[in-house]
Each structure stands twice: as C-alpha cells, then as structure tokens.
Design a protein around this ligand. Sequence first.
Ligand SMILES: Cc1cc2nc3c(=O)[nH]c(=O)nc-3n(C[C@H](O)[C@H](O)[C@H](O)COP(=O)(O)OP(=O)(O)OC[C@H]3O[C@@H](n4cnc5c(N)ncnc54)[C@H](O)[C@@H]3O)c2cc1C
Length: 324
Amino acid sequence: MNSSVENKFKVVIVGAGPAGIGIAIGLAKGGIQPIALIDRADRIGGLPAKYVVKKKGIPTFMVWTRARVLFGQQYVEFLQQELDRTDTRVHLNAQVISVNKASKEITLVSPDLGRQVWKADSIVFACGARERTITERGWISGKRPARVYHTMQLLDLLDGNACLPMKHPVILGSDLIAYSAAAKLRIAGAEDATMLDKAPSPKSNPAERLYFRWWCQPTWTSNKQPVSIQGSDGTKTVETKDGRALECDGVVVSGELLPNSELAAAAGLEVSMPNRLPILKGKSSFSEPGWFATGNVIGGFHGAQWCYFHGRKVAKSVVDYLTR
Ligand SMILES: Cc1cc2nc3c(=O)[nH]c(=O)nc-3n(C[C@H](O)[C@H](O)[C@H](O)COP(=O)(O)OP(=O)(O)OC[C@H]3O[C@@H](n4cnc5c(N)ncnc54)[C@H](O)[C@@H]3O)c2cc1C
C-alpha cells in the first residue's frame, strides 16, 4: 500500500442514497468485501431521508414491490434494515473531494478523520443529482423577486419550519416532484396551483397524477416558449410569450435535475457538457475500467426505488469486473 493511503477497500461507493445502498447490498450478496459506503450527510438515505413522517403529511415514495406508498424516512428505514445485514462500512459526515483516475484513490475530508486518501479496486459514483437553478433552466427569464423557490427549499419551509410561503402558487415543471409540491402546498393551506411546463402534456405518469388528485388538482397549461417571472419586492405574475399573465404570490421551480458528476469530470472521466451526463458504456460503467455510476447521477429523473434497483443491477457488473 502506498504510504499516504490510509485505507484500502475492494469497492468505494460515493453517496449513500437509495442507489448507493442498493449497490452496497448487491455487492455484499455477491460476496465482495470490504466495501466502504461514504456520505457527506450525517445519515444514510440521500434525498428520501428528508421526507420525514408527518401527521397529515403526504407519503410520496412508491414502493412497487410492496404495493405501498411510504414517507421517504420510512423507505430509508427499510433500506437501513437491509444494509444492516451486510458488512458494509458506512462512513457519514465524510465528503469526497477528489478522485484519481489512474490510481483509483479518493480523497475525503471529515471532522472525525480529517483529510484521508483511500484506495479501491473499483469506485462507484452514486452521488445523485441536484435541481437546476433558475438561470440554468434557460426557459425562465424576468426578474428575480422574492418567493421563487426550488422544491427542496419549499420542502424545508413547509416541513422544516411549518411556514407557508405562498397562497396562490405557480409551479414551473410537471413531473412527480411538481405534483408532490402542489399537493404539499394545498394541504398546508394554499390554493390549487397553476402548473406550467414546456412539455405538451404533464411529465408525470397518469398513475402518479391519479394518486395526487386526492390532495390537489392543479390547473395544467403547456407553454413551449420561455416564461418570465415578474414582480418587484414579491412575485406578482408569470408571463408567457403569448401574452398571458398568470397571477401568483410565489413560484416553485421544479424537477429538472443536473447530475452531480463534478468529481468524475474533474478526474478526467468522460462527462458530456453542459448537461454533465456521465458518458457510460453498457449504461453503468465508464470506459475507464473499474469506474461505475448508478442512480440519479446517470441523468434523467428516476424515483427512489428505481435508483435502489439500478444500484442492485450495477452491483452485478461490478462483481463481474472484480471476479473476472
Ligand atoms: C426535489 C426532489 C423530490 C423528489 N421526490 C420524490 C418522491 O416523492 N418520490 C420518489 O420516489 N422519488 C422522489 N425523488 C427522486 C428520488 O429522491 C431520487 O430518485 C433518489 O433519491 C435518487 O437516489 P440516488 O441514490 O441516486 O441519489 P440521492 O438520494 O440524491 O443520494 C446521493 C447521496 O450522495 C451524497 N453525495 C453526493 N456527493 C457526495 C460527495 N462528494 N461526497 C460524499 N457524499 C456525496 C449525498 O449527500 C446524497 O446523500 C425526488 C427528487 C428530488 C430532487
């Protein structure tokens, strides 16, 4: 072992969301160890862990295999039980800040460990995605008045602070996340939202829309042309190119995700710009041997359980690579 390398693993997984947990479980079932599962957060579960169980809340995590819809927190508890049956070494509060393509080393920083370099035979990115900012989305212009939120910010306000930031919302976006935001606003006391997207019909699937009809019935409007948000101190209207002005007192921008592929790109692994999509062969591995990606970091929008099963599938490719 190189003298500066503090730890050595068969596989290091960056990100302990559903995809990272899925791959850890799949690798354990394939007899691979030791495995390190690293997350910068103080708990496992990734994004679903933020959706805590709440009285009068709306469960939005569809678990097809159990024919149930759970709160994110409940789904994570279920994943935790599965993970506990493996010997995976989970390292929380640890941020991976760089990876080395040639030596398969990662550098991480953590309050407990300081700065360390770890080495592995294979490295998996399961770092998820983040929502595009308003400027990155291109479709939205105009002023930047107060009360324009991403869905994660909205969630923090509604769930975290019990605060209703708007009564007459316009939601830009129409996938599962957008419908979930509309429903959460409605039960918190807002009116049914007006929902606007450049797609000709809502991006969420009919089953998802049917589920959310129990709580909300947003007014849908398709608008291919860019829209602009207007208002000075607060948001007043969302204006469309064909002259419509949708009155509102707040806007939620939802749903377009950008892969967290910065680590891979900085290491010289193939990532296409500006969309930051990892360029993969066979849907999970980089052209550089031993480097894999799973879950939302590969691009597109996927529900949590899809990401978990994707992790399980990619684990098989990693096992093949290690035992070849
Ligand atoms: C706003 C929003 C709402 C959603 N709502 C739903 C819903 O209601 N139902 C549903 O089924 N799906 C929902 N989804 C989708 C679902 O949450 C994702 O599909 C799923 O969480 C993706 O899993 P993942 O493991 O790929 O990524 P994530 O869950 O995002 O996990 C990635 C993990 O990687 C960690 N990480 C990233 N970079 C580093 C680093 N450098 N070092 C260490 N750790 C790192 C992060 O801390 C995070 O824990 C939503 C997504 C979004 C964005």
